[in-house]
Structures are given as C-alpha cells and as structure tokens.
Design a protein. Structure first.
Length: 429
C-alpha cells in the first residue's frame, strides 16, 4: 500500500522504514529540511541498531522516500500516519500543538478520501479533536477517517519490536478504515486488536504506566532486600517465573528515565485528574523512582564520605542500553549530582557521548571503557550496556586508587567481585 508518515523521529523513522521493508511504498515527511537532507544523503539522525541498513536498503529499492513537503506526502498516499512529538508542558500535561498543526496541514492538502492514523502518544479523546480539526480546515470537504494506532516499540530494540509486535492496536470511530489497517499490518503476523478510539489511546498510557509501575515495584523491593540481606535478583526470578507476573521489566537499578515513561506517567496522572480521578498509585510510582536515585547517591556518599577533589569514573550516559538517547537519562542525572558534590568525572558511553556533550560539561570523556578507571577513586555503572559486562575488571581494580565499584545496574556477580577484591555495592543485593 502507499503510506505517508509525518515526523521522522524515533517512532516515525522506524515506522516508515519497517513498513517499506514489509513491501509498502512509503513517503516520510519531516518539516526539518536539514534532517530530510541528511536522510536523503544516506545519513542517520539517530542511532538505532539495524535501522541504517534498512533505510539504505529500502531507499535503494525505491520503496522509501523523504520529503519536507506535507502536501506532497498527503497527495501520494491514502493512509497518513502522524508521528510527531507530544512533549510535556510544565504542569505535566501534553503539548498537542504539533499534532494540531499537522492535522491542519493534512486537512489543507486533502483532495480525496484519506485515513489519518495517529501513532504519537496522545491523551484519550485526542482523536476526536483531530477529526474536528480536519473537518474544520479541509477546504475540499472530502471524506476521511481518523484512527488511533499506538506504538509500543522500545528504543534500542525498535526495529525488532516493530517487525515482531506482541499486538497491533487499531482504534476506530467507524468500521470503514479497519480493512485497510489490517492489510497494512498483514505482513507482520501479529494479532490486530480493533477497539474504539478512546480505548486505543488509553491502552498506550495504561501500558507505559504499568511497565513503570513494575519497575518501581522491583525498586521498592530492592530496598526491602537490602534491609534484610535478601537478593533482589533471586526475588525477581522467583516472582517472575509466575506467568501471571513475568520476569521482564523487573530489573532493579537507578530507576526509569528516557523520553517516554516519565512523560507518559505525568501525562496519565494529569489526564486522570482532569477526568476527576486522583491516580495516587501512579504518583507513588514517580516518588519511588525519584527516591531510588537519591538512595544510590547516598550509598556512594556513605562509602566515600566526601567527594570534593575525588575522581569518579562513570560507565554509561544513555538512559538505557543500545541507544544514544540521553533525554532524562538517570545516568546523566547521577553524573550531575556527583558533580554537585564536588567530584571530578571521567565518563564513557558506547554510543551516547556525542549527545551527552551538549548537556554534561566539565567532565572528561574517555573513548575506551577500560581506560575510564585510570586515576579514579571509584567506578560507577550507570547504564545497563551489555558491553560493560566485558569490562577488564582486573585492570580496573589495578587502575583505581581504591577498588570501589558502585553498580547501579547489577551487572556483576557478587561472589566474583568479592574474589577480585572489590568493595562492590549494587542495588538490592
Ligand atoms: C518504553 C516502552 O517500553 C515501549 O513499549 C514504548 O513504546 C516506549 O516507551 C514509548 O512510549 O515510546 P523506552 O522508553 O524506549 O520504551 O525504553 P524501556 O526499555 O521501556 O526502558 C525505559 C526505562 O526503564 C530505562 O531507563 C530503563 O533503564 C528502565 N528500566 C527498564 C529499568 O530500570 N528496569 C527494567 O526492568 C526495565
């Protein structure tokens, strides 16, 4: 089918590329001409495993095109996906101005029936607003349908998640666009759940909030584990083997960050508040998440006492593994707190150093992870990159002035670290 995706951020670019890979003809639109030029020239604005290769392959096959013109995108396809940012406002509510702008632009360019699909994460009832807006601004008065099709991909695993989704949610106001939506997703071999549009929009916020709740639950358990000498990894394994609970998203650590969970939690709390419900459960999820970082910083201070004039090595800057994204990264937050305490930092990340340089200054960026510990008083693991498990621990121990390792992501084995002679402090163990 012919599809247009408006917005080439993480969601839009992955969506467009994977649709092309599945055989559809795709036009990706972005108002940022520089970005479009980078993509046209074969460059990538983001790091996402496997994505660059797929973009190149599908551009070469003539299935994937880039443009900065929304009218061109609207004209070329019958199904238009909206994948523009929905950033948070200062009060936690969602800024829908990009969505509204795109709805007007689509309306102005429509000359025949279109299906307008929202992929951005939006508050429940946004689809109704999009429909009203298109109706108001469509000069040609042609027919259209609005669909909600939330995206569940994770950064770092975006291509894999898109190509093999657990489910595809399609929220509609009338049955008319269902057949086309099913056809678009047919190559992906996933159950398609057709719902009303409000339910589809709610599913996205409900899913992210539940996953954040799961993380805060295991982080709260990590506190109880530390107080009792239990091991949070054993507890996670023990409860995770119950199929009703599941083992995934039970990694205790520095708490969740990134551009989705913190924003979506605040948004969902705000949405509930506007509907007259005080979602205290989710407020507690936020509180536990903030406290988890406080506790980790305290752990470092309890051991090191004073950080002024000490040098700490930090491994990890991205908000999680497999990405160069540092937005609301717990690792960056941790670095800035250590700096506030007067510590000098030597930092490394396999992918995120360039992006980190814009927000984390006054630190030494080190290219080789095995060189970070040189001259440091302690080492900290802040992001769950699997590479860090291959760290040359003997070399690190020899390079450190004191063999102290604070592991905010529980990457190493307790007994092995003791054997190697480390003072090793992790989370919930
Ligand atoms: C999240 C959801 O997992 C996706 O399903 C959703 O589509 C996406 O948000 C979105 O709304 O766009 P993402 O933010 O890319 O994806 O990353 P996650 O893998 O969910 O991790 C989020 C944060 O939780 C990271 O900081 C990670 O380190 C942390 N985390 C995750 C834990 O601390 N423990 C865990 O067990 C899992």
């Amino acid at each position: 089918m012919k599809l247009t995706i408006i917005g080439t951020g993480y969601v839009g670019l992955v969506t467009g590329t994977c649709f092309a890979e599945a055989g559809h003809r795709v036009v990706c639109v972005d108002s940022n001409e520089d970005k479009v030029n980078v993509l046209k020239a074969g460059g990538m604005p983001i790091y996402e495993p496997g994505l660059a290769e797929l973009v190149r392959k599908n551009v070469a096959a003539g299935r994937l095109h880039f443009t900065s013109s929304t009218p061109e995108g609207v004209e070329k396809s019958d199904v238009i996906f909206i994948a523009v940012p929905t950033p948070p406002l200062p009060d936690g509510a969602v800024d829908l101005s990009f969505i509204e702008r795109v709805a007007r632009d689509i309306a102005g360019a429509m000359t025949s029936y279109k299906i307008v699909v929202d992929k951005s994460t939006v508050p429940v009832k946004t689809g109704d607003k999009v429909a009203e807006t298109i109706k108001r601004y469509c000069k040609a008065k042609v027919e259209f349908d609005v669909v909600s099709n939330p995206e569940f991909l994770r950064e770092g695993f975006a291509v894999e998640d898109f190509m093999k989704p657990d489910r595809v949610v399609v929220g509609v106001r009338t049955p008319r666009p269902v057949a086309a939506m099913k056809q678009i997703y047919e190559p992906f071999d996933a159950p398609v759940l057709v719902t009303d549009i409000n339910s589809a929009e709610l599913i996205k916020h409900a899913a992210n909030s539940f996953l954040a709740l799961k993380i805060s639950y295991i982080n709260a358990l990590s506190v109880v584990c530390e107080a009792t000498g239990a091991n949070v990894l054993e507890v996670a394994n023990g409860i995770g083997l119950d199929a009703r609970i599941g083992r995934r998203f039970l990694e205790a650590g520095l708490g969740f960050g990134g551009s989705c969970f913190p924003k979506d939690l605040s948004a969902f709390i705000k949405i509930a508040e506007q509907l007259g419900y005080d979602f205290r459960l989710l407020k507690e999820v936020q509180r536990i998440n903030a406290e988890q970082m406080d506790r980790f910083v305290k752990k470092i201070l309890d051991t090191m006492w004073v950080l002024k004039d000490k040098t700490i090595g930090v491994l990890g800057l991205a908000f999680k593994q497999n990405t160069d994204d540092v937005r609301l990264s717990p690792a960056i937050d941790l670095c800035q707190r250590l700096q506030k305490e007067g510590a000098k930092l030597r930092v490394h990340d396999p992918q995120a150093m360039e992006k980190a340089k814009a927000i984390l200054t006054g630190v030494t960026y080190v290219e080789d992870m095995n060189a970070v510990a040189e001259g440091c008083d302690a080492l900290v693991i802040a992001t769950e990159w699997p590479e860090f498990k291959q760290l040359d621990l003997e070399k690190a121990r020899a390079a450190l002035t004191h063999p102290i390792l604070f592991d905010g992501r529980n990457l190493f084995d307790l007994a092995e670290m003791e054997q190697l002679g480390f003072i090793y402090k992790s989370v919930g163990r």
